[in-house]
Design a protein around this ligand. Sequence first.
Ligand code: DX5
Ligand code: ZN
Length: 214
Amino acid sequence: MIVSPSLLSANFADLKSEMDWLNQSPADWLHLDIMDGVFVPNISFGFPVLKYVAKLCNKPLDVHLMIVQPEKFVQEVKDLGAYLMNVHYEACPHLHRVIGQIHEAGMKAGVTLNPATPVSVLRDIIEDVDLVLLMSVNPGFGGQKFIPHTTKKVKELRELIKETGSKALIEVDGGVNAETGKLLAEAGADVLVAGSYVFNAPSPAEACALLKAL
Ligand code: DX5
Ligand code: ZN
């Protein structure tokens, strides 16, 4: 399992220490949740903060944009040195063009689906994306309860990927812990995002190791 701890649950007053344990941990990526108060009912952090996080972090950056018009920020995400840029299906009327712009910038491109958006909308884009991020909570806040229906969506997406020969990875975000992570692993997830479960654990690095072993 690829494990991507979400910075949203970190101690923002001590990001240096958070990056220190993360760099030494078995975590694979660092998940960065950017919000605009429009696409989602919350605001998190933006590029001026992330510029310093990126300097401290030696893991590939998995950037999740919960904003309208994410295509306006392809260059900023690239400048962070991001590995992956995730945009919401619901925020992109011209998704095919945005995916092309992300690839032209030299990043992996991910498309994210809200809980109420069916996997079937991906049929005509699945071969062009490197990853699909399925939201297992309504985006905007950490610490929410996992929506159980997500495991069905993971299975359905796994079928679509097989059928089309797509190479897309399946990532899941929201309410992931040891229990829900196991269900997601069994359903066919490749990447687990975890915020509160990892950052509130007595040993965040051990929590990452546990998810990684699923
Ligand atoms: C929610 C964010 C998540 C969040 C997950 O909108 O996209 O990445 O940090 O937090 P947990 O793991 O606590 O549900
Ligand atoms: Zn996220």
